[in-house]
Design a protein around this ligand. Structure first.
Ligand code: 3PG
Length: 210
């Protein structure tokens, strides 16, 4: 899979924080029921790796690893079955591991210097994180002028209220966010609510013309 194939299929990439495989499986099923076919499972919990191993068994769900910040995590994510890797910053180490394994890697790049380094590594879609704090839609539009070949996945402060505004920018290939998989929804087992919020996000994305 290429990053462009992921973003062609999914306009919303849920950033998932789960503590164990059971939670991960529930979240994966709930996202699918809501029409979202991918989950970025973050390496922020001890249970992330086990959750990825479980979630990759769910038919129709593309499971990525998020918050991957070093070589060791990149190896563990790929061994667990993650089919793409997302970083909150730029790491040549992470990129090396992913490219050697033939796995799409999405580093976060928020200025021209980091974008140029990504381009030098053959990467054409980057995460824009933290999107709202780094200037939001106006920053992405400004960066698109010198880098028309680069696609962005804004994440961080994206929600149902501003999703349409981000997706209306041609350079924005998809948006990441946690609003449909908030911690309390997972802790309370509110799987139907996760599906409903996912469905709502998919509907918003469907209506975008650009
Ligand atoms: C994160 O790293 O938590 C993601 O960027 C999600 O950000 P959000 O919670 O603002 O959607």
């Amino acid at each position: 899979m290429l990053t462009s194939e992921l973003t062609a299929a999914e306009k919303v990439i849920p950033v998932v924080v789960v503590d164990n495989a059971t939670e991960g499986a529930h979240v994966g099923e709930a996202l699918l029921a809501g029409g979202i076919h991918t989950a970025e499972v973050t390496f922020r919990t001890a249970g992330a790796e086990a959750a990825i191993r479980e979630m990759v068994k769910i038919s129709g769900l593309t499971v990525g690893a998020g918050t991957v910040i070093n070589k060791e995590q990149a190896h563990r994510a790929i061994d667990a079955g993650a089919t793409y890797v997302v970083s909150p910053g730029y790491s040549d180490d992470v990129i090396d591991v992913c490219q050697e394994a033939g796995i799409p890697v999405i580093p976060a790049c928020t200025d021209g210097s980091w974008i140029m380094r990504a381009i030098a590594r053959g990467i054409d879609i980057v995460k824009f994180f933290p999107a709202e704090a780094m200037g939001g839609t106006s920053a992405i539009k400004a960066l698109s002028a010198p880098f028309p070949q680069i696609g962005f996945i804004p994440t961080g402060g994206v929600n149902k209220a501003n999703l349409a505004e981000y997706l209306a920018i041609p350079a924005v290939k998809a948006c990441g966010g946690s609003w449909m998989v908030k911690k309390d929804l997972i802790k309370n087992g509110s799987w139907e609510q996760i599906s409903a919020l996912s469905r709502e996000a998919v509907e918003i994305a469907k209506d975008i013309t650009r």
